[in-house]
Design a protein around this ligand. Sequence first.
Ligand code: E4P
Length: 215
Amino acid sequence: MKFFIDTANMEEIREAYTLGILSGVTTNPSLVAKEKNVKFEDRLKEITELVPGSVSAEVIALDAEGMIKEGKELAAIAPNITIKVPMTPEGLKAVSVFSKEGIKTNVTLVFSANQALLAARAGATYVSPFLGRLDDIGHNGLDLISTIAEIFTIHGIDTEIIAASIRHPQHVTDAALRGAHIATVPFKVIQQMFNHPLTDKGIEAFLKDWESRGQ
Ligand code: E4P
């Protein structure tokens, strides 16, 4: 499983990139809105210049024509832009057009296996099932990942599954086990993934022993 970071914050992206773990970035309108006084297009340019992998940029229009227009403008910013489109009939019309034109797409707000299957058949490069938001309403987000992964395997579908709406490190482990190709992880969770008390204790003990070696 590869890692994307789920943020539009440049410091977080830079830090995760220097860790050498990053294969891409996902943004959404809510994440972009947190970044004050930054033009969306400028931020996308900045991100794509740093990260060579897929950078998802979401369209705001709700009709296919509007999404196609916006998507083409965003795709022109850099070759590694992926157009993020909501899981609606209009969204899939746009995905089908983008797919024929060789523009990569990420179908977002996926909450069922049928939605993922429809998106894949429309030509989506990625589908993004939202784990945390499903868990929030008492459903099992991880079961959805397993079901989509199984369907895609049975039918030889090469659309990649991005485990999204990740809330904690255990989500990451479980998404990997359930067959997600990618997890898009908030910076805070990436940091939490490093933590283990025995690592800290081990470093402390090594240093203490080193200092007491008496040379
Ligand atoms: C995915 O691409 C979305 O940006 C994201 O994971 C949404 O997560 P949230 O439920 O924490 O807003």
